[in-house]
Design a protein around this ligand. Sequence first.
Ligand code: SF4
Length: 232
Amino acid sequence: MSGGTDLLRVAELFGPTLQGEGPSTGRHAVFVRLSGCNLSCSWCDTPYTWDWSRFDRSAESQVMPAEDVGAWVAGIPAELVVITGGEPLLQHRPLGVLLARLTASGRRVEIETNGTVPPPRAFPAEIVYNVSPKLGSSGVPRARRLRPAALRDFRDTGRAVFKFVVADEQDLAELCALERDCDLSPVWVMPEGITRDDVLAGLSFLADHAVARGWNLACRLHTLLWGDTRGR
Ligand code: SF4
């Protein structure tokens, strides 16, 4: 029987599908999306995980034992498991139970995080972090969205990549300063947008900046393929 600390609040489980963002773009993957976030980005593409003024929490999330989530994942034949949200590290204790099961079974696990919660020391060493700190276009006050000490902790794991949604020139300038001040590497940039046209326009805007600054450029493959359809 699962103990109370092993309960996860889950927004959705889906897959197999394709990872749409970051270094693993295009990889066959299964997704675990957890509920709850400590930020409130204006362009958030998953507000149903945290914005309870617009969405019904009881309808949009369910409480599940971590073991049950692991059993569901075990039935999906995808080597890569993406843990996302919301902000999944807000549930780091029950998440650790799930991660232990997944890594023991040989799955590769990536955690997508906004970088405000430091990487828990108790997590398995194999976990890869896709850290996505939020820039000014998110509309979130800087002191809430950027925690330099936590970002350096992620950097020091040696298993983190830093992935930024860049919407405009102000975001570019803020990213340059943050990259320098926190010595972040590798850096990936990707456009903001939940439509194919917005993503393609953003990629055009970012491409030359990425080349000039030594950054990697990521698209939103799932948006190009399926728009803002949930569960893809
Ligand atoms: Fe949405 Fe991510 Fe921002 Fe949370 S951190 S509000 S999930 S974009």
